[in-house]
Design a protein around this ligand. Structure first.
Ligand code: BG6
Ligand code: MG
Length: 236
């Protein structure tokens, strides 16, 4: 009897069972490197210089694995199992960072990735909260050079949380700062670890890049100029 009743309810209200509830998006959280600007080449050249000085093998293929990954974790990937003291590792990471910071002087507003200026302006105009959540400890300097450091409701960087992406921590921390629930946030990311972090945080994930890297995202675009805000807002 019970079985029959259950079945008939499902038959009468089939649409109710499958309807995806709208998440009512109220904010956008952007990754920095590879989404707002492209600093990957500067990171690559800085690691390369340090690696050559230390006779550590490093090429562009290994560099691809560093996308979205914290500085010390990146060094571990470079070292590929080679054991060094913590003191030596800190010295290598800080030397790389010094080389990287020398490149930052070259950054200006012209280095915003295509389409990003319009996206940020539109979101501001339509009263969405906008934030940055980057693994980089240099995020605030980079945003300053891009001349957009004062447009965000909050900026989280590599100093904000202990557990880096793919842990959801930085996105949850950022949502909390802007008083939004996770499901009210869209994350825009170019790294596999970033997409995993966004999904683990129960946020809508927008991936920038190829299927093999960001294919798990809810929406994927090859490049920033392809981002379709209307599509994201309508289908989220
Ligand atoms: C991420 C980059 O945003 O920041 C990584 O994608 C980088 O490549 C990481 O390693 C950490 O950056 P920083 O500036 O703290 O060394
Ligand atoms: Mg990135």
């Amino acid at each position: 009897m019970n079985q029959r009743r259950k079945k008939s309810v499902l038959m009468i209200y089939p649409k109710f069972e499958v309807k995806k509830l709208s998440k009512n998006i109220k904010g956008f959280i952007f990754d920095l490197d590879g989404v707002i600007t492209d600093t990957a080449e500067y990171h690559y050249k800085s690691w390369k210089r340090m690696a050559e000085e230390e006779a550590i093998a490093f090429d562009r293929k290994v560099n691809e694995q560093l996308r979205g990954v914290s500085r010390m974790h990146s060094l571990d990937i470079l070292l590929n199992g080679k054991e060094l003291s913590l003191e030596k590792k800190k010295e290598l990471a800080s030397r790389k960072n010094k080389y990287y910071q020398d490149f930052l002087d070259n950054i200006s507003q012209d280095d915003l990735l295509p389409g990003m200026s319009d996206i940020l302006k539109r979101l501001q105009k339509e009263n969405y909260k906008i934030a940055v959540a980057s693994s980089s400890k240099n995020a605030k300097i980079v945003l300053k050079y891009l001349e957009i450091d004062n447009i965000f409701d909050t900026i989280s960087d590599g100093n904000s949380v202990k557990n880096a992406k793919p842990a959801p921590d930085i996105f949850l921390y950022t949502a909390d700062k802007i008083n939004l629930k996770p499901e009210e946030c869209v994350v825009v990311e170019d790294a596999e670890s970033g997409i995993e972090a966004a999904l683990a945080a129960n946020m809508t994930a927008v991936g920038i890049g190829p299927e093999e890297r960001v294919g798990k995202a809810d929406f994927r675009y090859d490049k920033t100029s392809d981002i379709n805000l209307d599509e994201i807002l309508k289908k989220s």
